[in-house]
Design a protein around this ligand. Structure first.
Ligand SMILES: Cc1cc2nc3c(=O)[nH]c(=O)nc-3n(C[C@H](O)[C@H](O)[C@H](O)COP(=O)(O)O)c2cc1C
Length: 326
């Protein structure tokens, strides 16, 4: 590890560190309007939501790094207290990057970025038509920390009205693939929140998960399971009993194996297909003296876990103990 106190490095270095370690950050595309009625549009990734009752969001139009002056978004918010914040989707990311250019205050970034302004209902700043998630906001409070370049000005805003595209929803939930958000990471890196980067973590069970400390030692010390696998196993309310494991074993082992292809090659094929039932059957058919047998059983349990069949995974994992392979 390297150990750093911010006072010992330059401000740009602190900023780079924070951008690298705190991410991916959602991006607020903020539209404001100046005293003179000029429209402004800029992205801010020091942004998040903080409560729903009332809906509170905040972002930081920090002081400019080069001369510590205030950005146009900041000045506009201070002068009239209104903005529209929209989320940034993959299809518009190059345009929002263009909108981040430090144009003079009289330059309209809607025109420069090619994004389309549309009227808001409750505030004067425009909404961005291309974004499927728009929030009309008022400024509740501006918190200033520091007076040098890159110092934070946290604009805490209340959302007065949401505008959300209907086709983002399934059963009342916004589906990641449909909204296709992007996040900001370090330097010029962004990420796209869809495809392989989306995965599911089931919320902890409604009562109480047994916890890591209650996992059997032979499971915790296995070299097959990852920390995430163990986390999933520890999120059950109770461990299957010996009787349940024996019953499970009989079902799997005594099942008809006449036309079943077993052996290590077949196991690897089942593994590629993520067919954990067949993986386990093939593992159980290995000679008990085969040193791979324990690993193969645990690989079947691991595969079941990753396919979200936690009860199968537990029963398979405990077979290692039942068969005295530890
Ligand atoms: C994706 C992205 C995220 C950004 N996040 C921030 C931020 O959180 N705070 C900030 O002050 N500037 C941020 N910037 C830079 C501002 O967008 C940029 O300084 C902009 O020109 C400010 O415009 P304004 O002076 O019209 O308000 C970001 C730029 C990009 C491209």
């Amino acid at each position: 590890m390297i150990h750093i106190q911010p006072k010992d490095i330059s401000v740009p270095e602190v900023q780079r560190l924070m951008q690298g370690g705190i991410g991916p950050r959602p991006i607020a595309l903020v539209s404001t309007i100046s005293k003179e009625g000029l429209h402004n549009l800029s992205p801010f990734s020091f942004f998040n939501a903080f409560g729903a009752n009332p809906p509170i969001v905040a972002f930081s139009p920090s002081r400019r790094g080069k001369d510590a002056t205030f950005k146009d978004t900041y000045n506009n918010l201070i002068s009239n207290g209104e903005c529209v914040i929209q989320c940034v989707t993959y299809s518009m990311v190059e345009q929002i990057s263009l909108a981040s250019t430090e144009y003079a205050p009289d330059v309209n970034e809607f025109i420069k970025s090619g994004l389309t302004p549309i009227d808001s209902d409750l505030v004067k700043p425009k909404r961005v038509k291309e974004s499927p998630f728009q929030m009309e906001c008022i400024l509740k409070e501006m918190k200033n920390y520091g007076t040098g370049g890159s110092s934070a000005n946290i604009a805490i805003c209340e959302v007065l009205k949401f505008h959300v595209a209907e086709d983002l929803f399934e059963n009342g939930i916004i589906i990641p693939e449909k909204i296709d958000l992007v996040g900001r990471m370090s330097a010029d890196f962004y990420c796209r929140a869809s495809g392989n980067s989306i995965f599911v973590v089931q919320k902890p069970v409604s009562k109480k998960g047994i916890g890591f400390d209650s996992l059997p030692v032979f499971i915790k010390e296995s070299n097959i399971y990852t920390a995430n696998n163990l986390g999933k196993l520890a999120n059950v309310e109770s461990i299957p009993s010996d009787e349940e494991v024996e019953k499970f074993y009989k079902e799997k082992f005594e099942a008809d194996t006449r036309n079943f292809e077993s052996g290590k090659e077949a196991f690897s094929r089942y593994e590629r297909l993520k067919d954990y039932e067949k993986m386990l059957k093939a593992a159980l058919l290995l000679d008990p003296r085969d040193p791979a047998k324990k690993d193969f059983i645990e690989l079947s349990a691991k595969c079941a876990l990753e396919e979200n069949n936690v009860s199968f995974a537990w029963l398979a994992a405990l077979l290692v103990n039942l068969l005295k392979l530890i």
